[in-house]
Write a protein that binds this ligand. Structure first.
Ligand code: 2PG
Ligand code: MG
Length: 428
């Protein structure tokens, strides 16, 4: 029996940052290595995502996960006991085949992703290495440029404003730790601006300040003022990243901006956003158009893709095949990588490989429903992706991830390289 043979598989129900049930998997190997991981959950999900299997019914608003947990204990355990955890692709493909559906609706992508990540942790533990090092070897030294939310909106704030994430990036920071230092100051300055305006009303789902604004653009203006008040030069030291999450309010070419009581077509959305790009120091825009608007995506990318990251989240759903299609059409230039959108690490890596092949950048991303699980930080560094998005700078399910990256940067010492502005195509 090899040391990396799986000898124990367990699933259990735990709780996420929204107080909803989620799936945890635990795996033990013959050599004694143990791995554990928890599935996250989205709120603004793309229709092309693998299925987050929920029980439905009355309990916990229908969000219970007893079926997904049971799938780990029964079907998945039976399939993977005796398999080699060091063969991640073999393991993941066995689970994909066992599920047998195109969207993981039988066993649940939440069950699969927890097991897939737990197996990676167990194999790393068996090898006596941190996960990032196990995944990337000696080359895993690139600390990501973080995208950190200052105001949360959209589906994460009851639709209070239409736009979902108002984030900052610190491309001019010397290292990851300094990017956090700067972000902490901007986050605090934004909180004081809200307090002074009498609009400080707590935080949204991912810890960003509650967006008590009269227009979407007011949030942008306030963000620029917060950057300045924190003592930074907007656009140079600290830039803006937006997640429009347009699938939440746009369908079939109609974009309903509830806050502003107007409906735009695809061209109108593109005008609105290119106007914002002209007036504000925006470096990155995610899901500027809806998932069903590939033509809009391509038009927007033609218009601004040379100077701004155009990121596909709901549009690409961490899917290598979709990325190739998008690349053929010239739509987007960056892909968000969310392991639970597909259900296995192997498929997530495939999307990252496709991105590299087609000249796309990538951003590893958490979900709005998160936990203390820090696996994605190790993926971002282990795969040298260069960017990481985890939500805001508050609430421990977010801070746990930022803190893990601080530890890894420290452990790498002089070997650590910070992705900084280079991932945005900027020279220092
Ligand atoms: C997104 C994520 C994270 P959710 O849209 O990028 O902000 O949200 O997990 O709700 O899909
Ligand atoms: Mg998104």
């Amino acid at each position: 029996m090899s040391d990396t043979e799986i000898v124990y598989v367990h699933g259990r129900r735990v709780w996420d940052s929204r107080g909803r049930p989620t799936v945890e998997a635990e795996i033990m190997l013959a050599g004694g290595g143990v791995g554990r991981a928890i599935a996250p959950a989205g709120a603004s999900t793309g229709t092309g995502e693998a299925v987050d299997l929920r029980d439905g019914g009355a309990a916990f608003g229908g969000y219970d996960v007893t079926r997904a947990v049971q799938a780990i204990r029964d079907d998945i355990a039976e399939e993977i006991l005796g398999r080699d955890a060091a063969d991640q692709a073999g393991l993941d493909h066995a689970m994909i085949a066992l599920d047998g559906t195109a969207n993981k609706s039988r066993l649940g992508a939440n069950a699969l992703v927890a097991v897939s990540m737990a197996a990676a942790h167990a194999a790393a533990a068996e090898a006596g290495k941190p996960l990032y090092r196990h995944l990337g070897g000696e080359d895993a030294t690139l600390l990501p440029l973080p995208q950190i939310q200052i105001f949360g909106g959209g589906a994460h704030a009851g639709g209070r404003v239409d736009i979902q994430d108002f984030m900052v990036m610190c491309p001019a920071a010397e290292n990851f730790a300094q990017a956090l230092d700067w972000t902490a100051e901007v986050y605090r300055a934004a909180g004081s601006l809200m307090a002074e305006a009498g609009t400080l009303q707590g935080v949204a789902d991912e810890g960003g300040w509650w967006p008590a604004f009269g227009t979407n653009e007011q949030a942008l203006e306030t963000l620029v003022r917060a950057i300045e008040r924190a003592g930074f030069r907007p656009g140079e030291q600290v830039g803006i990243a937006l997640d429009i999450a347009a699938s939440q309010f746009g369908k079939a070419g109609n974009y309903k901006l509830g806050l502003e009581e107007r409906t735009l077509d695809s061209a109108g959305m593109i005008d609105l956003l290119t106007g914002w790009i002209a007036r504000y120091p925006i470096d990155s825009i995610e899901d500027p158009l809806a998932e069903d608007d590939a033509e809009g995506f391509a038009a927007f990318t033609r218009a601004v893709g040379g100077r701004v990251q155009v990121v596909g989240d709901d549009f690409l759903v961490t899917d290598a095949a979709r990325l190739h299609q998008a690349a053929d059409a010239g739509a987007a230039n960056t892909v968000l990588l969310k392991p639970n959108q597909r259900g296995t690490l192997t498929e997530t890596v495939a999307a990252w490989d496709a991105a590299k092949q087609r000249g796309y950048s990538a951003i590893v991303s958490a979900r709005s429903g998160e936990t203390e699980d820090v696996t994605i930080v190790h993926l971002a560094i282990g795969w040298s992706v260069g960017q990481l998005k985890v939500g805001s700078f508050a609430r421990s399910e977010r801070m746990a991830k930022w803190n893990e990256a601080v530890r890894i940067e420290e452990a790498l010492g002089p070997m650590a390289r910070f992705a900084g502005g280079a991932v945005l195509g900027r020279s220092k």
